[in-house]
Design a binder for this molecule. Structure first.
Ligand code: NOJ
Length: 744
């Protein structure tokens, strides 16, 4: 109590938590924050300062290998913990917070962090799926709901968004991000940050966000998680860093350093990356946390002999907080004694952490996020459930619809529902599903039965996700023979993607392909609904199945959202945020590749091609069908040549040529024909979603700015170069119309 009084005397308690996002606090607010942080800092012993830089996991849910560490609760009492992860629920967080604020000498509140990746209790589609909506507003809304629920359950901080660009679908964590494109990735990173953090971190519906994993983690060689990355500075700046830069500019509260070795220096010990680029070049004011144990993992990387050296590397690189590593706790005093680090550096990191605690309002009321009644009222609110349904249907991508088998006739007499995903609640929420519960999930089977009546749904599982047993085929085929329409719900189990879930074979697993082929042989109207956390290779089955709907891992409201699409109450509008390869051997394959000196042509020797498969993917980036069709005409640029600073106006007529209303995502790409470094054959620079009634035409306009035409040149300096450009506008990255202009 004595200290609380002292803090109050210093003007800390009772001050309204500031209304601001992290990198953008107005000068007076920033000054005030710093004053408050400094007043606490002045009271702290060296041990207490080091304690603030330490984060421990709770024992309940572990999201990494456990390290040996001192007794948890005693460590909190001793002021050796600044933050905890994996402590959940208003009641439990309150109990742990009480120890910090009543039993530690300085009574500094803890920050509680958790992986709120696609929802806390109400589970939304996986981030890759949500990204297929190309709808920043919907993505922001989902993040805001996740933040509201998490904050009501005592959380202050989510380790999201993951903004790693990923071009290798073997990598299981591709499910956590926005796919392959830096532009789309940046837009959606900002949307998620806005959703989590809102406009005021002191608001009880917001939490701190974390841009992770800084940087290059998605480039893991051979798609193997945690594996090495080797990325040129130009590619780093052009492809992998833009979403992080956008996140910093949007005021993301924290960054997480990545596990990977980046060009020989693990990201967690990479001074160029964290100190020079993030904290200096981008003037980032938030806090950097390591990934789980990533500081001590520098020993296995072979860049540090022991924890002391690993701590030296990480702290001097700019990592402020050690997640579940005990490195700072045990090594920092010695590092200071040996002049490897300075007190000023420690103070600076502690200040960054205290600043966030003030922003969250924790010094005003450490329990403000831990109120069990409010938690109960907040979780799974009907409005949240509706939003999850809407987000899911926006995420679905119609890949094929021969014979217009979709939408189904609402008075269909019988449907054979076959496949392991038909009634698999846990697999609908998948990996990183927070505190989502299977009992709250509505599966496709249950939603179809509710809609049509149980008698009309002939269900047979047919096979498991990943087993070799065909014993269920006979029953499935018999059911399919009796039904008017077949729906095959197949794909990956929910835990086949995510951390440490890389796959070397990314076809539909187990015997499911055989099951699909057997069903297709019946020649009936058949729809394959695919569930997966990554692009799959569908080449073997795609020719045999008339209709395919990509459903990703759709979340709590999987079934109702799918029924909305299947019965035509919602016209599919999702577009792939990532390329679907034709063959495994094409990986990495992405739309914004370079041209090469011998651009590929399958039937021409001495060109960049394969003998056995085309260069093209099965489905390109940006692809997605609708129940209607769209025609693009009259692409018009307001100038044929522009001078440096003048924006270019691009207009195009988009017409709904079908018979039902539909939403199209109009995509704009550019190509810089000649540069001082080679440029990609196409780069996304804008997109707009437009709802068109049947027969309606709208003129869609884009403004292309100097920023859009800029790139990192041969000296890695950002800017434009004069020369010719092509503008492409269209329905996906391959199907476009084009026009040219010159930048003078
Ligand atoms: C390791 C993962 O790489 C990271 O994304 C996650 O936030 C932490 N574990 C905490 O669970």
């Amino acid at each position: 109590m004595k200290k609380i009084i002292l803090l109050a005397a210093l003007g800390i308690l009772g001050l309204a938590a500031c209304k601001t996002t992290v990198n953008k606090a107005p000068e007076n607010v920033e000054k005030n924050l710093m004053k408050r942080a400094d007043s606490v800092l002045a009271l702290m012993s060296l041990d207490e300062k080091i304690g603030q830089l330490n984060q421990f996991s709770g024992d309940g849910e572990l999201t990494g290998p456990v390290a040996l560490r001192p007794d948890l609760l005693q460590s909190i009492r001793d002021g050796k913990v600044g933050s905890m992860l994996n402590i959940n629920g208003a009641e439990y967080t309150r109990k742990i917070q009480k120890i910090a604020v009543e039993e530690s000498r300085l009574k500094i509140p803890l920050i509680f962090g958790y992986d709120v990746i696609h929802g806390y209790k109400t589970i939304f589609p996986i981030p890759l799926g949500e990204s297929a909506s190309w709808d920043p507003e919907a993505v922001e809304k989902a993040a805001h709901i996740a933040a509201t629920e998490a904050a009501s359950a005592g959380q202050h901080w989510t380790f999201a968004p993951m903004v790693d660009i990923a071009r290798d679908p073997r990598w299981g964590r591709i499910m956590e991000g926005s796919g392959e494109d830096p532009y789309l990735g940046s837009q959606l990173a900002v949307a998620r940050i806005k959703g989590f953090q809102g406009t005021s971190l002191s608001d009880k519906t917001t939490i701190l966000a974390c841009a992770k994993h800084y940087a290059g983690y998605g480039n893991a060689q051979a798609g193997r998680d945690y594996y090495t990355t080797d990325i040129s500075e130009n590619s780093l700046r052009e492809v992998y860093l833009p979403p992080f830069k956008a996140a910093a500019e949007a005021g993301v509260a924290t960054f997480m350093s990545a596990f990977n070795d980046l060009n020989g220096i693990p990201a967690t010990g990479n001074k160029d990356l964290i100190h020079d680029i993030l904290k200096t070049e981008w003037a980032y004011k938030g806090m950097v946390v390591s990934d789980w144990g990533s500081i001590s993992e520098m020993i296995a990387h072979g860049i540090a002999t022991n924890k002391y050296e690993a701590g030296d590397l990480a702290f001097n690189a700019g990592v402020d907080m050690d997640m579940e590593g005990t490195v700072y706790l045990t090594e920092m005093k010695n590092l200071l004694k040996d002049d490897k680090i300075t007190t000023a550096q420690i103070d600076e990191s502690v200040r960054r952490i205290l600043r966030l605690k003030f922003m969250l309002g924790l010094f005003d009321d450490p329990y403000r996020y831990s109120n069990p009644d409010y938690e109960k009222q907040t979780l799974l609110k009907p409005g949240f459930i509706d939003a999850a349904r809407d987000a899911a249907r926006k995420s679905f991508v119609l890949l094929k619809n021969d014979n217009q088998y979709l939408p189904l006739n609402p008075s269909v007499k019988s449907i054979a529902l076959i496949g392991p995903a038909s009634d698999a609640a846990a697999d609908m929420i998948g990996n990183w599903s927070g505190r989502g519960e299977v009992k709250d999930v509505i599966t496709l089977k249950s939603a179809l039965e509710t809609r049509l009546g149980a008698g009309k749904v002939l269900y047979a599982r047919g096979a498991g996700f990943n087993d070799g047993d065909k014993a269920g085929f006979a029953e499935a085929i018999a059911a399919a023979r009796r039904a008017e329409v077949i729906i095959a719900a197949c794909g990956e189990a929910g835990m086949m993607s995510g951390e440490s879930m890389s796959r070397a074979d990314i076809s539909i697993p187990g015997v499911q392909e055989d099951l699909i082929m057997e069903l297709a042989k019946l020649g009936k109207p058949m729809i394959l609904v695919l569930f997966n956390g990554r692009p799959l290779i569908l080449t073997k089955i795609i020719g045999s199945v008339p209709a395919v709907l990509e459903a990703w891992i759709p979340g709590t409201m999987a079934g109702p959202a799918l029924c909305d699409i299947l019965f035509g109450e919602y016209n599919p509008s999702g577009k792939l945020p990532v390329t679907f390869p034709y063959a495994l051997g094409q990986i990495p394959i992405f739309y914004n590749h370079k041209n090469s000196g011998r651009p590929g042509s399958q039937d021409k020797k001495f060109t960049s091609r394969y003998l056995d498969v085309p260069n093209d993917p099965l489905f390109p980036f940006g692809f997605g069908l609708s129940y209607t069709q769209f025609a693009y005409n009259n692409l018009n640029l307001n100038e044929s040549s522009i001078i440096d600073d003048k924006p270019l106006e691009v207009r195009v007529d988009v017409k709904n040529t079908g018979t039902v209303a539909g939403t199209e995502t109009v995509q704009l790409y550019i190509r810089d024909l000649v540069g001082s470094v080679t440029r990609p054959v196409k780069e996304l620079k804008g997109f707009k979603k437009v709802l068109l009634k049947a027969g309606e035409v709208q003129t869609i306009s884009f403004t292309v700015t100097k920023e859009d035409l800029s790139f990192y040149n041969s000296r890695n300096v950002w800017g434009t170069e004069p020369g010719k450009f092509t503008i492409f506008v269209g329905t996906n990255s391959q199907n476009t119309i084009e026009a040219g202009f010159e930048l003078k």
